[in-house]
Write a protein that binds this ligand. Structure first.
Ligand SMILES: Cc1cc2nc3c(=O)[nH]c(=O)nc-3n(C[C@H](O)[C@H](O)[C@H](O)COP(=O)(O)OP(=O)(O)OC[C@H]3O[C@@H](n4cnc5c(N)ncnc54)[C@H](O)[C@@H]3O)c2cc1C
Length: 391
């Protein structure tokens, strides 16, 4: 064997592992060649004119699009080099060990109707690229609608190629599809967060904006109880609870809801974003350190190009806007199903007659809200005040 070729992995633990592998191989005179595969542009391929990494998405996206040409999206002809692979070492003749032999346990992917492998990814892609992609700009924010691609898990595990997806989106966008143009932006966010993680690996532990680590989060028994209610979908805010049941039951959560529940954790419950980040890491089938960390730091306002801290999502108006008829809420919270649409978003404000007609007793069939958003909002503004002028 002369050399080992592998795809570059950007997560700090993987970078450390690859450095170890490189060192061990070097001792026996074998070269190690990592190559870009997970992203369209590598971490140093899109930089500012000064040669520094971008910290804000829109200029990054503009530079990314400016640099794009067909070369970067073509398939690499690896097949024709297969004959150059070193023969399998003696003693490994039995072939690749089974997943069970390596210690993997059977999962519930079939029950989740999550078709694995390239065949599974391709079926989803066909379903999306047929025409849904063209309406993506209008449908992507509504969790009850089959709007997004659901391809994240395939991008995460490399069962679909980012280049193929970006090529599809780019071609379609240039042919005039607004939906494809917006979807391409999402793929660019993915590259963006990968380069953030590479250039700022400290974000794994700390806030991208250091002054945000001065914030004093709620802690102790009361905070633990709030966190447990959030995890288990018992906050009393139907959209938040339905979203948490979605992640718990399916290993997926719609992007709009990821933003809503993340904001709720930090800005309504006053809990450290890292608790939510870890919970998502445990539950999401598409868990990706770069995107998850970026999403959480965006929501907590501590991140790269995050929203300003005084912009606080109102969980009730988000619900009224993005699940107006309560279709998504009713799917996960059948005990609320009989409430009129207007009462579904804030059951504590429902008319007593509506509650009776729906057979619903708050505190028995569904929780009272664990915080009042208006009060929590004031507490958050006070909590976050430490970041002002702290740099
Ligand atoms: C708090 C929070 C946590 C998140 N955690 C993850 C995570 O662990 N893994 C993950 O893949 N995405 C994460 N995202 C981003 C986004 O929510 C998911 O990529 C998306 O919901 C996956 O569904 P989809 O494939 O149908 O997306 P689509 O809307 O069809 O988007 C297509 C692809 O673009 C990429 N993408 C979309 N939005 C983003 C984004 N904001 N950042 C980076 N890439 C994006 C994904 O690869 C996605 O599959 C997170 C977002 C937030 C706000």
């Amino acid at each position: 064997m002369q050399a080992v070729y592998a795809n570059t992995d950007y997560e700090p633990a993987a970078v450390a592992r690859d450095a170890q592998v490189r060192g061990a191989l070097a001792q026996t005179g074998i070269a190690f060649h990592p190559a870009k595969d997970q992203v369209v542009f590598d971490t140093d391929e899109v930089l500012t004119a000064a040669g520094t990494p971008y910290g804000v998405f829109t200029p990054y996206k503009n530079a990314w699009l400016k640099k794009l040409e067909p070369f970067y999206l073509q398939a690499y002809p690896v097949g024709r080099h297969a004959g150059a692979l070193a023969p399998r070492p003696a003693g490994e003749a039995a072939g690749v060990p089974t997943l069970a032999a390596i210690g993997f346990e059977p999962t519930n992917l079939a029950a989740l109707k999550l078709a694995p492998g390239t065949a599974g990814g391709r079926a989803l892609l066909e379903d999306f690229s047929d025409e849904r992609i063209d309406r993506y700009d209008q449908t992507r924010d509504f969790p009850a609608v089959k709007g997004p691609s659901y391809l994240s898990v395939h991008l995460r595990f490399g069962t679909l190629s980012i280049r193929e997806l970006a090529r599809l989106a780019w071609d379609r966008a240039r042919a005039g599809s607004r939906g494809a143009e917006v979807w391409l932006s999402e793929l660019i966010w993915r590259d963006f967060y990968h380069q953030v993680l590479h250039h700022h690996p400290q974000v794994v532990e700390r806030s991208f904006k250091p002054e945000y680590d001065k914030i004093k989060w709620e802690h102790g028994k009361h905070a633990d109880a709030l966190f447990a209610a959030w995890c288990e979908g018992r906050t009393g805010y139907p959209l938040v609870d339905a979203a948490m049941l979605q992640i718990n039951q399916t290993g997926y959560m719609h992007n709009r809801l990821r933003m809503v529940v993340a904001s709720f954790l930090c800005k309504d419950l006053g809990l450290d974003w890292r608790r939510g980040e870890r919970y998502f890491a445990e539950k999401l089938n598409d868990y990706d350190l770069a995107a998850n960390n970026g999403g959480w730091q965006w929501a907590s306002s501590s991140g790269c190009d995050a929203q300003p801290y005084f912009r606080i999502f109102n969980p009730v108006s988000q619900s009224q806007k993005f699940d107006a008829q309560g279709k998504f809420i009713r799917r996960y919270l059948p005990q609320l199903a009989a409430l009129p649409d207007a009462a579904l978003h804030a059951p504590w404000d429902a008319k007593p007659l509506d509650l009776v007609a729906a057979g619903l007793v708050l505190g028995r069939d569904y929780p009272e809200p664990i915080v009042r958003h208006e009060l929590a909002r004031e507490r958050t503004l006070a909590r976050y005040a430490v970041v002002k002028g702290a740099r």
